[in-house]
Ligand binder design. Sequence first.
Ligand code: ATP
Length: 360
Amino acid sequence: MAAIIELQGISKHYSRTIIGVDNVSLSVEDGEFVTLLGPSGCGKSTLLRMIGGFEAPTHGKIRLAGQDVTHVPPYRRDVNMVFQDYALFPHMTVGENIAYGLKMLGKGRDEARRMAAEALEMVGLADKIDQRPMQLSGGQRQRVALARAIVRRPKVLLLDEPLSALDARLRDQMRIEMKHLHEKVGITFIMVTHDQEEALTMSDRVVVMEKGRVAQDGRPQDLYDHPASPYVANFIGTTNFLAARRSGAGVATAAGPLQVEEAVDMPDGAEVTVGFRPEKTRILAPGETAANALPARIAEVIYYGLGLRITVELADGAQVHVDTLLPDTLARSDVPRPGTPVTIAVEPHNIFVFPGKVVV
Ligand SMILES: Nc1ncnc2c1ncn2[C@@H]1O[C@H](COP(=O)(O)OP(=O)(O)OP(=O)(O)O)[C@@H](O)[C@H]1O
């Protein structure tokens, strides 16, 4: 596949001290769904706006389908953007909203209406063509905004937090719909979000950003299973961290030694931080033995419907979360009580090892 977008060393310096985006290089394949993910202020929106041409980079080059568009204005780029608030015209019908840009392109009235109808069909709103935005629900307005954005079949669609205005249930539904829409239209999607679940469920590839830079770039499962840094491990999913030292083939924590599978390229005694997921951590049944068993004590049990989040305290006082699905056979009396001594265990292949001591 060919790269549709190539960013080469893109930076945006707002002032000498405010750096929005810091030397980002990124290539997006034609037809890919890529998400820029990170906390507020990490530079994801600035990067998206530069791809769209709404902001000019201070350094670097942007290529679109092989052409240098770094200094080309938005309306002359084959790119369209969906904004958070949809920006629909209230006095126009849904069909007119979608056809608006087409008339500016010199399309005749009938052709514009036909194209608008086709785009509405794509988002499942064919019957709403003559209604006004006010008569639609939030989710339907979102779909109209999407239809308007794809009607011209741009090469790339940019989506800035497209689901943030919707309530939780609708957001879940729209995630799937947008993924299907992407598959149907075959346009490259680049989305910005701070919601890791949204990023993981919708995208082919996720670019995790940290302070204007790319922290890691990969397929959702690779990021989840092999986070490159504690920052990524903590931003994508949750991670328990323990301070440790490299020791033989494994590591030594204050609560006991752990075997690891990941190659640890550090000298014996070097400071490291180990990370492991709450859902990959188990509380052993009485009498059960396992690799990497550490004695602990139940500190807190939180019920969240689907399962339990159990916080345990290790011998040195470090806290570790254990997520467990609630088997329907579990009697109330089996739910562990705070203070109960237990043994937790994590399999060696589920332990990440990061160099140095990490404060998260
Ligand atoms: N027009 C501007 N002038 C000055 N600084 C700006 C401007 N726009 C963004 N910044 C700064 O650049 C950095 C990146 O901002 P950006 O909006 O890209 O982050 P973001 O990750 O999209 O955050 P959010 O999710 O809150 O929008 C921030 O430190 C921000 O304060």
